[in-house]
Ligand binder design. Structure first.
Ligand code: FES
Ligand SMILES: [Fe+2]
Length: 431
């Protein structure tokens, strides 16, 4: 079927959403066109392209793009496509080059995408072909960054990046402020994890505070049982500090969720499942010397759990890792986990970040596969004919609506309601 405007809008109600948003390939295609192409999508971190000519490749929705560092050190996001016959120019995930050169007929491009040279140019003499015409260059996407995190959009009318982020930018600032030198860099490679489910299932789980104590219960119980076998004077285990809070009670998880325009949200603030991590004394000394004690305490006491920059980026500022959503099809999504080094901090901090990424987010981890099983079963269940609606009533009508944000209990469904309010707006095409 082809959806009318009204039929698309009717898929989302204030407290429920139709199962077709997860199961219909046509809705997926419309999302790529109307939502992903209209908003800011996370591309990568500037530290991934540190040198002139360094690049990474990825897909922006269905569009292949390359992020590259130019000779003047500017970072560009370019459509990874030759201006001649559309061949994908760069095939490797990352690398370093002096210029782009197409593998097919050898057209060459500068690092800012401009067409540089065409072999045997004489054969175009007395034709209308004009090498200077911008249509033959690699197309540049509008891009911008916050503290080194680069986003791009295909929408010339999108608000500027900071405006789009709104109050959710505080969490990205906090992630970087946790570095004594005020900067972070990607470190330790990437974990890529295929999820056989719709992309929205991952981001809807992010601040779902009703699931950890159920779906992760077996892992937490095993960890507790193992710890009981250790001698009482055993050293503190980082693994235990990371794993045990996943079994926290509903009361602990009920701090708050804060939602913003454009679908962003974070949970916690006063406290989170990361709040009780032991403070590394060497790190504390570096922070104190960089910021003074009062500012250090202010930075470290902003304790969020997960933050979503709808729809493509989720970050954990307290443990310095991010997860990136790369949709492939209506029922297939790649989730990438990247870890970050706090510049000026001791190596022990990165070690703990990498431990967290491995222990919680990788496909061989103890926690991520629990969530994936739930998403996969949801995908299977929703593809069958039964009732059509998925509910999101929890705390409905009790959230506090402020000028620039909505605040509710940690167990509120305001996170998903925030996402679907944005979804509906993006998916509505101006008449
Ligand atoms: S398709 Fe790239 S040079 Fe011909
Ligand atoms: Fe989970």
């Amino acid at each position: 079927m082809s959806y009318t405007q009204k039929e698309i809008i009717d898929l989302v109600r204030p407290t429920k959403v139709h199962r077709k948003v997860y199961t219909d390939p046509e809705v997926f295609d419309l999302e790529m066109e109307r939502l992903w192409a209209k908003t800011w999508i996370y591309i990568g971190h500037e530290s991934q392209v540190q040198d002139k000519g360094s690049y990474i490749t990825l897909n922006y929705g269905k569009v292949p793009v390359v992020m590259v560092r130019d000779t003047d050190m500017e970072v560009h996001v370019l459509h990874n496509r030759c201006g001649h016959k559309g061949v994908k120019l760069v095939d490797k995930a990352c690398g370093k080059i002096p210029a782009f050169r197409c593998c097919y007929h050898g057209w060459r491009y500068r690092l800012d995408g401009k067409l540089l040279g065409v072999p045997y140019m004489e054969s175009y003499e007395d034709t209308a072909f004009n090498k200077e015409d911008p249509q033959y260059s690699m197309q540049k996407l509008r891009s911008d960054s916050v503290r080194g995190f680069v986003f791009a959009t295909m929408n010339a009318d999108a608000p500027d990046l900071r405006t789009w982020m709104g109050g959710a930018a505080d969490v990205m600032e906090n992630l970087c402020d946790r570095a004594p030198d005020g900067e972070v860099e990607a470190a330790g490679g990437v974990l890529r994890y295929e999820h056989e489910c719709n992309w929205k299932m991952f981001i809807e789980n992010l601040n779902d505070m009703m699931h950890p104590m159920v779906v992760h219960r077996s892992v937490v119980e095993c960890a507790r049982d193992y710890i009981k076998t250790l001698p009482p004077d055993s050293p503190r285990l980082d693994e235990a500090e990371i794993l045990l809070p996943f079994g926290a009670s509903y009361e602990v998880m009920n701090d708050s969720i804060t939602g913003f325009k454009y679908g962003h949200h974070y949970d916690g603030g006063k406290t989170s499942i990361h709040a009780d991590y032991t403070l590394d004394p060497e790190y504390a000394a570096a922070m104190k010397s960089a910021y003074g004690e009062a500012r250090m305490n202010e930075i470290l006491s902003f304790n969020t759990h997960n933050t979503l920059y709808y729809p493509s980026l989720t970050i954990k500022s307290a443990i310095q890792n991010i997860r990136v959503v790369r949709p492939i099809a209506y029922n297939k999504t790649i989730i990438e986990t990247w870890s970050f080094r706090l510049k000026g901090a001791p190596d022990s901090m990165l070690k703990k970040t990498l431990l967290y990424s491995r222990l919680i987010n990788s496909n061989g981890s103890m926690v991520g596969p629990d969530d994936l099983t739930a998403y996969f079963r949801a995908q299977q269940g929703l593809e069958s004919e039964a009732s059509d609606w998925i509910e999101m009533h929890r705390h409905f009508g009790k959230d506090e609506v402020l000028t620039d944000r909505v605040i509710g209990k940690g167990t509120s469904d305001l996170d998903v309601r925030t996402q679907y309010t944005a979804w509906r707006e993006y998916m509505t095409v101006a008449a």
